[in-house]
Design a protein around this ligand. Structure first.
Ligand SMILES: Cc1cc2nc3c(=O)[nH]c(=O)nc-3n(C[C@H](O)[C@H](O)[C@H](O)COP(=O)(O)OP(=O)(O)OC[C@H]3O[C@@H](n4cnc5c(N)ncnc54)[C@H](O)[C@@H]3O)c2cc1C
Length: 387
């Protein structure tokens, strides 16, 4: 069993000041009213260009992000790597609308691949499709709706951006993760991710799609993918539970279609764990990045590695968490010899705000593992006091 309760290891590179800041942050986020008021105020103030950037930067941004540019993330990369935890540089631009923004994101992602190619401390690159294409166009592609002539051009440009990323990843032998988003654009994302796997995963899994196991249809999707890939290409897969649960339910209710997501948490957990089992059972053709803050799922993957006589640091198996969350999982897994990485979001404060708001929402939920962040910080503060 991995000792996830070893908080000395979990917080080994955090100063008392770091812990106090984290305590203040998670305490605020755990209060639904305070969290909602503060996120609403932040959105409103940034829209009006009120000078609150420095407040966000010294609090929530400092905790969850690496910096405003790739160069600024170096301190975080080095700090994590001292504990043998890799970094996944995540340029956090999403829901953008202009070609300039998409090309800026493309440049950042290509630079992160170049950097990963020469850095042991960066095991993956990553991108979010809505950082490279308008949401409305992805939605039309998803639904096979007709596109105008201009939209056809934008679609072509989007596909070229994705191909440029995957080609560079292939040329530089760097693995790249494609994030999953809302279900009503996900077929479009799956389709291009599969095309990229067919094209670039012939010899090894370099391109990874993401499966969200809160969706009721994803185990069937994974089984179909395994069948499709058989003897043709390797599958790279990132497994997550999914970050858009509330939006999925709200939209399905508003538009009156069957809920695409589970509403019973244990059903999501069961599907997540089944997907882990499918990965390890098919490990000869699959590489997996388990993006989770759930201790039971992390322990299950460790057990599966042992059961199938695989090395703890098998290059096809990675555990991954988000910067600023679940250090008790990341650091204890790393000390035990497993491959661990953290998403390190970076970018201008304004661009990273949607990501930060998702983290705030996630940590307001007392269900699941999220209440653990605060109790771990309190326990570590107490442990240090006693010591
Ligand atoms: C490295 C990494 C990469 C990620 N990439 C993506 C990505 O590409 N796309 C994406 O969408 N998310 C992504 N996420 C976010 C991820 O989906 C959330 O962190 C995750 O949902 C939290 O779940 P957990 O596995 O940590 O475990 P837990 O905390 O045990 O589970 C919480 C999750 O369970 C699900 N859930 C909660 N309540 C219910 C309910 N009543 N019924 C059914 N299900 C419920 C929700 O998905 C919720 O987020 C990523 C996370 C990590 C760590």
């Amino acid at each position: 069993m991995i000792d996830f309760n070893n908080l000395k290891t979990a917080f080994s590179d955090k100063s008392d000041a770091d812990l106090n800041r984290a305590y203040f942050l998670f305490k605020s986020m755990s209060n639904r009213f305070v969290s909602k008021t503060l996120t609403g105020f932040a959105k409103f103030s940034l829209k009006l260009h009120l000078p609150i950037k420095s407040i966000i930067k010294s609090t929530v941004y400092q905790h969850f992000c690496g910096g405003e540019s790739i160069q600024q993330t170096q301190t975080t990369i080095d700090k994590l790597w001292q504990s043998r935890i890799g970094t996944i540089l995540d340029f956090s631009a999403e829901r953008k609308e202009s070609a300039n923004d998409f090309n800026r994101a493309l440049e950042q992602i290509l630079t992160s691949i170049e950097k990963a190619a020469v850095s042991d401390s960066i095991p993956f690159s990553v991108f979010k499709p809505t950082g490279l294409c308008k949401f409305s166009i992805l939605e039309k592609i998803n639904n096979n709706n007709p596109l105008s002539a201009d939209e056809e051009i934008e679609k072509k440009e989007y596909k070229a951006r994705v191909d440029a990323i995957c080609k560079l990843a292939f040329d530089k032998n760097v693995a790249v993760l494609i994030d999953a988003e809302e279900s009503w654009i996900q077929d479009a994302i799956d389709s291009i991710a599969e095309d990229m796997m067919v094209k670039y995963n012939k010899k090894k899994p370099l391109i990874y799609n993401t499966i969200q196991l809160y969706r009721k249809d994803r185990i069937a999707y994974f089984n179909a993918l395994l069948k499709h890939a058989k003897n043709k290409y390797f599958i790279g897969i990132k497994l997550v539970r999914g970050a858009y649960h509330e939006q999925e339910i709200a939209r399905a209710k508003a538009k009156n279609y069957p809920l695409p997501v589970h509403t019973v948490k244990t059903n999501t957990d069961t599907d997540y764990n089944s997907a882990l089992e499918l990965c390890i059972k098919n490990i000869k053709r699959v590489a997996v990045c388990a993006g989770t803050h759930n201790e039971k799922s992390a322990q299950l993957l460790a057990d599966l590695i042992e059961k199938h006589n695989l090395n703890k640091n098998d290059e096809r198996i990675y555990f991954s968490q988000l910067l600023g969350m679940s250090d008790h999982i990341s650091y204890n897994l790393s000390v035990a010899g497993y491959n661990v990485s953290k998403y390190v979001p970076y970018g201008p404060v304004r661009d990273v705000l949607p990501y930060l708001i998702r983290r705030a929402k996630e940590n307001t939920s007392i269900a699941g593992q999220m209440g653990r962040e605060l109790s771990n910080i309190i326990a570590e503060k107490q442990r240090r006091k006693n010591a």
